[in-house]
Ligand binder design. Structure first.
Ligand code: FAD
Length: 289
């Protein structure tokens, strides 16, 4: 019988220092009982954490044993340099790559200029990975439309389909706060016969200024009612955190009901909130560790 339990996956970032690393290893230990279907390790803006991504990803594979994806961006890299990173990704045993364009220094809406000898769009990186490796390929998806796409949802769908044609098998979305937008993305892909597995990004909010900044930077959308509910608790950390968990649980329930392959947690290298969400979602009732 096919297991229809939605998958669970976690995103981690390479910590800046030893203290941050200790926190990450504890987070891995805390989350391990949920036996994630996969985990991913981010790649710093401008490739700044390339070596750290490699070292941390390697350690994550050893400690967690889950299929691990390394994020990779085009920022500041020639094709030759990208190939070198891919060789390293294969050497350390990564299961897959989350193939991304990355953002210009000025943020996602600033003008993008390709590095000489490098690529312009993420689908070119997908092609490179597919042509040189057996690694699985995932890509980014934007239920709220990519911030540089000027609201052109149709273009974003075409971009995703192009990445699928180039070899991507799944897409992880920007954090979702409006499940209706996830539904629209999912349906538009289905209409085009896409087989991409879709993993909606889940972010339990714990800080008001942080979420305001993240939404600004990513061009993500939060319904006004949700924003106002968070705003009410901007000076009450405990209530804000409780609301963040309540809303994350609701989004998980909604996207799973809508047929999402699984839920992908932006853990920010912490375990407490993700664990609380996982403890409260109904679809794990018979599978909870
Ligand atoms: C799950 C997830 C994880 C992420 N992890 C990281 C990370 O680790 N490190 C990091 O630096 N960033 C990360 N990002 C951010 C990401 O790099 C940025 O959002 C980036 O701006 C978009 O990357 P992309 O791969 O979607 O680019 P692309 O697919 O290249 O799209 C970028 C823009 O170009 C347009 N476009 C694409 N192809 C074409 C074409 N052929 N013709 C015309 N227009 C086109 C698109 O519509 C879009 O507006 C992540 C994002 C997500 C959702």
């Amino acid at each position: 019988m096919t297991d229809l339990t939605p998958s669970i996956s976690f995103e981690f970032f390479p910590p800046k220092d030893d203290v941050g690393e200790d926190v990450l290893w504890q987070t891995l230990t805390d989350l391990a009982p949920y036996a994630p279907d996969f985990v991913s390790v981010t790649y710093g803006a401008g490739g700044s954490t390339q070596q750290r991504t490699l070292r941390i990803a390697s350690e994550v594979i050893a400690r967690m044993g889950a299929p691990t994806y390394g994020h990779l961006t085009l920022v500041g890299s020639t094709e030759t340099e990208l190939i070198k990173v891919l060789d390293e990704y294969q050497r350390i045993g990564l299961h897959g790559v989350l193939a991304l364009r990355g953002d210009p220094v000025g943020g996602p809406t600033a003008e993008w200029t390709a590095t000489p000898g490098g690529y312009t769009y993420a689908h070119e990186l997908v092609e490179l990975i597919a042509s040189r490796t057996q690694m699985d390929i995932s890509v980014a998806a934007f239920p709220d439309v990519h911030p540089a796409s000027n609201g052109n949802f149709v273009q974003d769908i075409q971009v995703l389909l192009r990445k699928e044609q180039a070899g991507a098998t799944s897409a992880i979305t920007q954090f979702v706060f409006d499940s209706g937008r996830f539904e629209a993305l999912s349906e538009a892909l289905e209409v085009h016969g896409s087989q991409l597995k879709l993993y909606p990004g889940i972010m339990p909010v714990t800080s008001y200024p942080q979420i305001v900044r993240m939404l600004e930077l990513s061009g993500g959308y939060m319904p006004k009612a949700t924003r106002l509910r968070f705003a009410r608790y901007q000076n009450d950390e405990a209530s804000l955190r409780a609301l963040g968990i309540e809303i994350a649980v609701q989004i998980c329930e909604d996207v799973v009901a809508l047929g999402a392959t699984g839920v992908h947690f932006y853990t920010l290298n912490k375990s407490a909130e993700t664990l609380e969400v996982l403890k409260n979602v109904s679809f794990l009732d018979t599978h909870r560790p």
